[in-house]
Every structure is written in C-alpha cells, then in structure tokens.
Design a protein around this ligand. Structure first.
Ligand code: LHQ
Length: 259
C-alpha cells in the first residue's frame, strides 16, 4: 500500500492504492507510519519525499469500510484519529529533516491535510485540495483546522472547511498554503530535485530551522529569541557549519555531511 525507495539520502514514499485514490485504510496507515519512523531512525535518510500513485495524492479516509448501514453502534472517530492519523501527523512534524510533498492529483479530506503538514509542498497544476469533511458532517482533521488557520487565517480557513469547495493548486500557491504549483509533467522532477538538494544539505541546521519555525507562533519574541540563541549554539557546533564557512572562504561548494 506504500512504496518506499531510498536514493541519495531521500526516502521516497508513495501512497499506493491508486484504484481507491490512495484513500487510507489500516494497512496504508501502518505502512506510512513505518516509513516515517524509519526516517526518524536512520541517519542516512536526510529528506522525505511523499507522493501518490496514479491520478490522486490521497482521497483521505477510505469510506468503503465505514458504511453506517452495516454498523450496529455509533462509531468512535476520535479513536480512529488517535490510533491512526494523529501519530502520522506527529511523526511528520517532529521529524527534524525536510519533508517534501509532491501532490500529483486530488488531495481530499485527511489526504489534503497530511500534505499541508509537510514542510514544503509542490502541487501539479491539475491538482486540487478539498476539505471534504463538511460534506459528510465531519470537522477538518489530520491537523487541518490548525494548519489551514495558521496558513490562511480564519476567513479562508472557515470558508474552505464549510463549503468543501475545491481549491486549485495555483490558488493554493497564491494564498500561501503551498510552496509551488508546477506544470504536471515537471512535478516529480522539481519536487525530487529539491528533496535531493536538501538531503545533501546541513541536515542538523535544517532540522533546527524546522523546530524554530514550528515553535514561533507559540512564543512571544523574547522567548523565541532565547530559542534561536540555543539552536544557533547547537548549529554552530556542527561539522556542517565549519564546512560551510570553510567552503565560502575557499570559494568552493560546501560538502555537507548532515552533522
Ligand atoms: C474512494 C474514496 C474514499 C473510498 C474515492 N474512500 N473510496 C477521519 C476519521 C474517520 C473517519 C472519517 O474520516 C476521517 C478523515 C477524512 O478523510 S474524511 C473525508 C473522506 N474523504 C472524502 O470524503 C472524499 C471522497 N471522495 C471524493 O469526494 C471524490 O472521490 C474525489 C473528489 C476525491 C475525486 O473525485 P473523482 O475524480 O470524481 O473520482 P471518483 O469519485 O470517481 O473516485 C474514483 C474511485 O475512488 C471510486 O471508486 P469506483 O470503484 O467507483 O471507481 C471512488 O469510490 C473511490 N474513492 N475516494 N475516500
């Protein structure tokens, strides 16, 4: 249900249930989580590239096995989130390495919001993002009510969530919700090009950068300046910092090792 490759320090993770538009069943949840855990555990992995097989990125929860007509009791969707979605969201956000999403086609429901949890999101121009939840009486989960609000502010977050209107990739870029909308045939080249470049980067420094930016909106300036001081202290002691400055002084390209 998930294809995993490792090349040039990039863990490629492809959601792979194309006939179901890569909607999430238990197997796909567990496989994605295992891949993300691997990215946490292995030092050789220095970036992650997440995409979908076929014409969709992901259509969110697989609704096929959620038929209320076949259930005797009301479901506990909080349990579903706690067991399956939230661990994945936490793994993406806590991984101190760049996570790049290449949204190759429609991203709906939790599928859209998993993409928005990634650090840098590319989308094919033909891709669209749909907060499908309100169509079935649910709230935006997989971090959506948080990430949409942070990226867009309440007015756009509320309208997207309440209307479930599709947001096309170029508008998502205009609104600052994603990094770039690119021509369909250039998507993988661009996204994997950046993933490879970042995997050859100063991983520790990039990881600390991610930590800082994610913490920023929770801090006042003074608290955050303290955090920058501590993170810069750590970054300044990496081999990559010494290499970066040496390479600059020697007028050559740096060779970063990720530590
Ligand atoms: C699907 C799905 C799908 C199963 C397409 N499931 N088969 C968390 C906690 C617990 C429970 C609930 O949910 C959540 C979080 C969520 O993610 S809730 C939101 C769930 N997702 C949706 O509501 C989206 C449902 N899908 C759609 O609205 C459309 O399929 C989109 C807009 C994604 C794509 O539309 P089309 O391009 O027109 O494709 P299609 O609708 O014809 O779908 C193609 C096939 O994929 C089709 O199967 P079939 O056998 O008829 O070819 C669909 O049934 C299947 N599929 N999404 N989520």
């Amino acid at each position: 249900t998930v294809l995993v490759t490792l090349k040039d320090g990039v863990l490629g993770v492809t959601l792979n249930r194309p006939d179901k538009l890569n909607s999430f069943n238990v197997d796909m949840h567990l496989a994605l989580r295992a891949a993300l855990q691997r990215a946490h555990d292995e030092a050789d992995i220095r970036a992650v590239l997440l995409t979908g097989a076929g014409r969709a990125f992901s259509a969110g929860q697989d609704l096929g096995d959620r038929d209320p007509r076949k259930m005797t009791e009301k479901p506990d969707l909080g349990e579903t989130l706690e067991t399956y979605y939230n661990p994945t969201l936490r793994l993406i956000r806590s991984l101190e390495k760049p996570v790049i999403a290449a949204v190759n086609g429609v991203a709906a429901g939790a599928g859209a919001n998993i993409a928005f949890a990634c650090d840098i999101v590319f989308a094919a121009k033909s891709a669209k993002f749909i907060q499908a939840f309100s169509k079935i009486g649910l709230i935006p989960d997989a971090g959506g009510s948080w990430s949409l609000t942070r990226a867009l502010g309440e007015p756009r977050a509320k309208a997207l969530a309440m209307t479930a209107e599709p947001l096309i990739a170029e508008k998502a870029e205009d609104w600052g919700l994603i990094w770039k909308a690119v021509e369909d045939e250039k998507l993988m080249e661009e996204a994997s090009g950046l993933a490879t470049r970042l995997a050859g980067g100063p991983t520790k420094g990039l990881g600390l950068t991610k930590r800082l930016i994610q913490a920023a909106s929770e801090h006042d300036l003074s608290t955050h300046l303290d955090m920058e001081r501590d993170c810069q202290r750590e970054a300044g002691r990496t081999d990559d910092y010494a290499e970066g400055v040496t390479a600059f002084l020697e007028k050559r390209a740096p060779v970063f090792k990720g530590k």
